[in-house]
Ligand binder design. Structure first.
Ligand SMILES: [Zn+2]
Length: 607
């Protein structure tokens, strides 16, 4: 084993080195690679397309899956060229030549995908009794959960023709409706007051950010504009939401799905009992978010916050974190946690897997990306030396560490993370880095950072769970009544918002319509995963703080990828995530932060 934890990297590059894929955009190897991808896929298709034996004999299925895995590992349906050109378009968005090259390879990939998907579809249609034989067959052990995932989704699939019809009617019965409301909202503009005292016409998302302003006049004018826009579109949204609720009900009935959120759980590879225990644990402790808003109202010197004031920023954070300083800081934190993490960071830096600074033509935001298991991870940032930027770096590195740990242990069919736990590693690293920053900060700065953190955690955990229970009741009520008026939807919305916000946030006039722009509810039940991911991460942090040796279990979980459901992966490590006490450990972390922030506010004379 190489020990690299003591070594820090010499040169720090700040742009991607893509030579591990291709020399440049015109590298002759690109065409060769694409040809190979086509040949390999066709070889697989020609060999298996007309056979049925792999659907009956587990030993033959193992052989087929071994070949399928090798195909997915090195070639996929777009090989290195798809990844290369996708990455290139991310840092050179206005280059139409690149866009054309990427589109071509994408079209090529889609065709191949259509040809090769027979394999997946036929496995999905293996009858139940035979599924059990396959799942028990020792030779298929490394593909067991891959098969389980396919079988679980297949359980609610209808016949081929019915699926085709459902698919064809999606646009008219679902997506066109959703697009209508969001297109109407996207066209809206209003004249509002800006921070510098001037007025200007702004879009809905800009107006939404202005409601967080520290300047009361700015945020109040923004909120009034926001309310006016919601009011204008609420009648249309009422019909839209009723239509997509009806469509979901019809689909669920046809598929014989027992509860509206079940298909979401299956596609996220999470058992309903795990989500239920998460929702219960968080709802039982809504007093934490209520207490946070109580503190916030005292900090702002008001009796109660108005609905739009819940995200108002407090304090100033003017620390500067140039890129090299950020990397050093993360090094220190990683090193303390586990030398494996620093080893991965060193490799990322030495192989120039970061694209760091904003520049013309580069996309905004940040991401960590992987594609085939045989290809390197890349991280894109828009680092501008702010505190948020160092946290983003830690966050994306968390994803990167996760990828590398999975790559070492898993096959290509288990390479990845289910949505339900995709954000565990990222928020885990982010929080530990933040703690390091707090350690060095003076009280005033510490206070500002802690309030920022609490605001984020409350929004991610408590608000998302309140949104989830709102969705649950929305579907239930609709199924009982057959139609819900805008007033009924608004009432339901306010009930669930009040539940987590408590008595120190007013459900102000106009806020009953804020569900109109809430896109989450149109995509059904995925918001629990924000809360779940962060709370798993916090529960693990809690255990690592008590016992640094626990990091081995964290690494075990992170390396498991898609090899089993999160519940079973944790179960093998002796942790039961269907047990409420697991979630409570994570909630303890937030409660402790709230208590610390409250006493610091007192010490500093702020309340
Ligand atoms: Zn993330």
């Amino acid at each position: 084993m190489k020990k690299q934890s003591q070594r820090s990297p010499k040169k720090i590059a700040t742009t991607w080195e893509l030579k591990r894929l291709f020399e440049n955009d015109d590298d002759p190897k690109i065409e060769k690679n694409t040809k190979t991808v086509e040949q390999k896929n066709h070889a697989f298709i020609n060999k298996w397309k007309n056979r049925k034996d792999y659907l009956n004999d587990p030993a033959v299925l193992k052989k087929a899956l071994d070949e399928y895995e090798a195909l997915k590992k090195n070639y996929g349906t777009d090989g290195d060229a798809g990844y290369y050109f996708w990455l290139r378009t991310q840092i050179d968005r206005n280059n139409t030549d690149l866009k054309a090259k990427y589109n071509k390879i994408e079209e090529f990939s889609r065709k191949l995908e259509n040809e090769v998907q027979f394999f997946h579809l036929r496995i999905a249609r293996i009858p139940k009794a035979r599924q059990a034989v396959f799942l028990k067959y020792p030779g298929l052990k490394k593909y067991r959960h891959f098969l389980e995932r396919i079988f679980a989704e297949a359980q609610y699939m209808l016949g081929e023709n019915e699926e085709k019809i459902l698919n064809l009617k999606t646009a008219t019965s679902y997506s066109n409706w959703v697009r209508m409301t969001s297109d109407f909202l996207a066209k809206e503009e209003r004249k509002v007051l800006l921070e510098d005292g001037s007025s200007a016409v702004k879009t809905l998302s800009e107006i939404s950010s202005l409601t967080y302003s520290k300047n009361r006049k700015v945020r109040d004018i923004a909120a009034a504009a926001f309310n006016a826009i919601m009011e204008q579109h609420v009648d249309v949204a009422e019909v839209e939401v009723n239509s997509i609720l009806a469509n979901k009900k019809v689909d669920d009935e046809l598929r014989k799905v027992a509860r509206p959120d079940l298909l979401r759980h299956i596609s996220d590879d999470v058992e309903s009992e795990v989500v239920d225990s998460l929702v219960k644990a968080v709802s039982d402790r809504f007093h934490i978010s209520a207490d946070y808003y109580k503190l916030k109202s005292r900090l702002l010197g008001v009796k109660r916050l108005r609905y739009h004031e819940r995200n108002v920023e407090i304090g100033d954070i003017d620390l500067l974190y140039p890129y090299e300083k950020s990397i050093k800081l993360i090094y220190t934190v990683f090193n303390r946690l586990d030398s494996k993490f620093t080893e991965i960071l060193t490799e990322f830096i030495e192989n120039s897997q970061f694209d760091v600074h904003p520049r013309k033509g580069k996309g905004s935001g940040a991401f960590c990306v992987h594609h085939l298991i045989a290809q390197p991870t890349y991280i894109l940032l828009n680092h501008t030396d702010k505190l948020r930027d160092v946290l983003t770096l830690a966050h994306e590195l968390g994803h990167g560490v996760n990828n590398e740990l999975i790559r070492e242990k898993q096959n290509a069919l288990n390479f990845g993370t289910p949505t339900s736990t995709a954000e565990v590693a990222s928020t885990f690293m982010e929080d530990f880095v933040l703690q390091e920053i707090l350690r060095e900060a003076d009280d005033e700065l510490k206070f500002s950072i802690m309030v920022m953190k609490l605001n984020d955690d409350v929004s991610t955990i408590f608000r998302q769970i309140a949104c989830y229970t709102f969705e649950q009741e929305l579907h239930q009520e609709f199924r009982q009544k057959g139609y819900l008026s805008k007033q009924e939807i608004g009432k339901l919305f306010q009930k669930h918002m009040a539940a987590y916000m408590g008595d120190f946030v007013e459900q102000s006039k106009g806020s009953e319509n804020w569900w109109v722009y809430w896109n989450h509810i149109r995509y059904f039940f995925y918001v629990y995963s924000y809360a779940g991911g962060l709370l798993i991460s916090k529960s693990l942090q809690n255990s690592v703080k008590k016992d640094p040796g626990f990091i081995h279990k964290v690494k075990g979980f992170l390396a498991a990828g898609l090899s089993d459901s999160p519940k079973n992966i944790f179960g093998n490590l002796g942790i039961n995530i269907a047990d409420k006490s697991f979630w409570d450990k994570g909630l303890d972390e937030i409660e402790a932060l709230l208590e610390e922030t409250t006493s610091l506010a007192k010490k500093l004379g702020k309340i």
